[in-house]
Design a binder for this molecule. Structure first.
Ligand SMILES: [Zn+2]
Length: 455
């Protein structure tokens, strides 16, 4: 059924793997993805797409289109790496370069799978004379959860009638999961320095203000809804114990299952900080870094995607793949069989039919912003060993070898095939939009990135 796009993706396998490998070998963190962006744009141009780079105010973003008129089907790629996650494609922990970034979230695969989907769907449209437009969005800086927000502020994603967004993972599954919205901000306190032994009465400690803020936030936990998460780290606590710190800073996240709750608790955290400043006679400056929306899964598109996952032939693991997964330090089996049932018990690499995930999850993704602008769905495919923790060195390792590449190519085929279904049957877009309007319930997308905020 899905042959044309899948065959084309198979034909282009070398180009896709080469691109994913190049990005893996040259990891670039949020907003600095210069090479990844350029190489991705290059391949899309070669495949006949109309490619714009540096759109929506971000130098490393891409919008590539092919086709004309409606419906418009989108694929959302990402390509940023994580700091200090450098790792060889080996089964033991060893950095390629100590302290350098690495693709521990496997975004080297993420962007390329969406390129594969876009070129696969284009081929399908050419051969079958299907009408519509394919759009590839290259979205920087997912790891700081604001790339898509910055792009959305300048009008991105509004052209889409439906979109698909894949993420690497340990299993194959469509995700209807509700994940959290976030605000990220720093507090900078300024006080008066003094000799901590000689004349402490003349000092006003900025560190005291941070500590009192954190005490206040910890008391606040009792009086927020159960879905709220608040975390922090002190980024500057002063220089030495014998100096009353006149400068101190901390970095905070607040998460919750709705954007409204995040905004409400954020305001209360700022009040706590102002209270701490008053108590310590210091000044506080709030540096707002950005935020993102919770996810909003579209069930109409989830059904289409799940059907596509079942139709497309999944990854075929070789003995070497299984050996690699088994030998990875800290590798765990799927001993409970929770993932994929009895048949999948004791597996190191996921096998069996794709799962359909619902419920709640407390991590976040800026795909949530796009899902509040247009109907969209996320899914994952297995690109690592089953027991790999998120953002782990095992992920970096698997993303630079066969296991990751196979999951990426499966994802590309699934999305191209799902895109074909959307173009073949326009009632899908109508129903997806109807569901979208219903879940938005009259609310408008309000970009969490304020006007004037720069990256
Ligand atoms: Zn990620």
């Amino acid at each position: 059924m899905e042959k044309i796009s899948s065959n084309y993706i198979d034909n282009k396998e070398n180009d896709l793997i080469e691109l994913a490998t190049k990005i893996w070998e040259s990891p670039e963190v949020a907003f600095t993805e210069v090479n990844a962006c350029e190489w991705t744009a290059e391949l899309l141009r070669k495949e006949g797409f109309n490619v714009e780079v540096g759109v929506f105010g971000l130098p490393t973003s891409i919008r590539a289109t092919w086709g004309e008129r409606k419906p418009v089907v989108g694929f959302l790629g990402e390509y940023d790496a994580l700091p200090e996650m450098s790792q060889k494609a080996e089964t033991h922990k060893e950095a390629i370069e100590e302290g350098a970034p690495g693709h521990a979230c496997q975004h080297n695969l993420l962007g390329v799978a969406h390129v594969g989907a876009a070129i696969g769907l284009k081929k399908e449209m050419e051969e079958k004379g299907l009408k519509g437009t394919v759009v590839f969005y290259g979205c920087p800086a997912e790891e700081v959860l604001t790339g898509k927000g910055f792009m959305a502020r300048e009008g991105a994603f509004r052209d889409l009638d439906a979109f698909f967004a894949w993420h690497p993972g340990p299993i194959n599954a469509v995700s209807r999961t509700l994940s959290t919205a976030v605000n990220s901000f720093k507090l900078h306190f300024t006080g008066i320095t003094a000799h901590a032994g000689g004349d402490p009465h003349n000092g006003r400690s900025a560190l005291d203000a941070i500590e009192l803020t954190n005490v206040g936030i910890n008391y606040l936990r009792e009086h927020v809804t159960d879905d709220v998460r608040m975390h922090y780290t002190i980024t500057n606590g002063g220089q030495a114990p014998n100096i009353v710190p006149d400068k101190a800073s901390a970095w905070y996240y607040v998460r919750a299952l709705s954007r409204e709750t995040v905004e409400d608790v954020y305001e209360r955290m700022i009040k706590v900080a102002k209270g701490a400043a008053m108590m310590t006679e210091t000044e506080v400056e709030v540096e707002f870094l950005g935020g993102c929306y919770n996810s909003l899964a579209n069930n109409v598109l989830a059904d289409v995607l799940k059907e596509s996952m079942d139709e497309v032939e999944p990854q075929k693991w070789t003995e070497e793949d299984i050996k690699f997964a088994k030998e990875l330090e800290g590798a765990k089996t799927n001993s409970s069989g929770m993932l994929g049932g009895e048949n999948n018990k004791k597996a190191y690499l996921y096998e069996g039919p794709a799962l359909d995930l619902g419920g709640e999850a407390y991590a976040s993704s800026d795909v949530g912003d796009a899902q509040h602008i247009a109907p969209g769905i996320m899914f994952i495919t297995a690109t690592s060993n089953i027991g790999a923790a998120g953002h782990s060195w095992q992920n970096t390792a698997c993303g630079g070898m066969d296991i990751g590449m196979k999951g990426m190519l499966y994802a590309a085929k699934v999305m191209a095939n799902a895109g074909k279904k959307v173009l073949n049957d326009t009632s899908i877009v109508d129903e997806a939009k109807e569901e979208f309007e219903k879940s938005m319930n009259g609310r408008e997308y309000k970009c969490p990135i304020p006007k004037g905020l720069k990256i």
